[in-house]
Ligand binder design. Structure first.
Ligand SMILES: N[C@@H](CCC(=O)N[C@@H](CS)C(=O)NCC(=O)O)C(=O)O
Length: 296
């Protein structure tokens, strides 16, 4: 039996994003079960993943359920010592644990005012003093970690760690609400928006086509500040490929990209690829194979 992770709507559930990044960003395989927030599906979650009340919840291969994202992170780090979930060096690891724990329990003003919504970006959310104080604390915690431990890469401890997974939704909130931060934090936020796992999650959120009115805000909107994906659109078959790059199954749903039609085994696979074609390695490999055949 493999790991089974219960998640909520990808566009809105910041804790589900953290939980999923603990697998995807570290190459750990997991089976997902999605439950729609604020719907009767939450009763199904409570039945399927008892005693969990909130998302994410993880069923371990031996059958027991663990919840609370920090507990999930520690459990995975202990079980997969070679996956690099925490920094290798003990002092850095202690600092990373402190950052993840502070994120887990803190920054209530920022989290309350700027809900994560990966479908929207606002040009001005009128942050109050409490939100700006949380933001200043976050910036100073990020720059402290980067200055002392971050020399080996764009992340808080150089290499991507649990601490970064915990701050990914904060980066999304800063980007999504155009919150004022300095150049170092801006670069760190940009690294999150460009991270392949984050891009895949956001593309899957779009492909879910779930709108939760609860997250709608009356603020002026602007385009999402991450990179602009290659433009794809729904299409009719036939396609260049006969089997889906995600599953290997026969194709039924199609998109057009750069003048070519590609097929997928269902609408979700098609739509997540349409949202951000360059986030999907198996799709890119399929495109590259065609280029190689055309040039041989
Ligand atoms: N402290 C929890 C927070 C989890 C949480 O608040 N999850 C939200 C979704 S992002 C949830 O399940 N909300 C459903 C509800 O409140 O009924 C953790 O670390 O996992």
């Amino acid at each position: 039996m493999a790991y089974e992770l219960a998640i909520g709507d990808r566009s809105y559930s910041s804790w589900s994003l953290r939980g999923w990044l603990l697998f995807d960003a570290f190459g750990l395989p997991v089976t997902l079960r999605r439950y729609r927030l604020y719907s009767p599906e939450m009763d199904d979650l409570h039945r399927d993943f008892a005693p969990a009340l909130l998302l994410p919840a993880l069923r371990l291969p031996e059958g027991i359920v663990t919840g609370e994202t920090l507990a999930i992170a520690e459990t995975l780090a202990e079980r997969h010592p070679g996956a690099g979930l925490w920094p290798e060096q003990a002092e850095a690891r202690a600092a990373a644990r402190y950052l993840a724990a502070e994120m887990h329990s803190g920054f209530a003003a920022l989290r309350g005012h700027c809900a994560m919504n990966l479908l929207k970006s606002y040009s001005d959310c009128a942050p109050d003093a409490a939100v700006l104080a949380d933001l200043a604390r976050i910036e100073s915690r990020w720059s402290g970690a980067r200055a002392r431990y971050g020399a080996g890469g764009p992340w808080l401890f150089g290499r991507y760690s649990i601490a970064d997974a915990f701050f990914a939704p904060v980066a999304a909130r800063i980007a999504g609400h155009n919150l004022p931060v300095g150049p170092d934090a801006t670069a760190y936020v940009a690294a999150h928006l460009a991270h392949p796992s984050f891009r895949r999650w956001r593309a899957m959120g779009w492909a879910e086509h779930v709108e939760q009115p609860f997250y709608r805000r009356p603020w002026p909107e602007r385009p999402w500040p991450g990179s602009v994906p290659r433009q794809a659109e729904p299409a009719e078959g036939p396609s260049l490929n006969v089997s889906c790059p995600c599953s290997g199954k026969p194709v039924t749903d199609f998109l057009r990209l750069d003048g070519r039609v590609w097929g997928f085994c269902n609408r979700f696979c098609r739509d997540k690829t349409m949202a951000d074609p360059d986030a999907w390695p198996a799709f890119l490999a399929m495109e590259a194979n065609l280029e190689a055949v055309n040039h041989s």
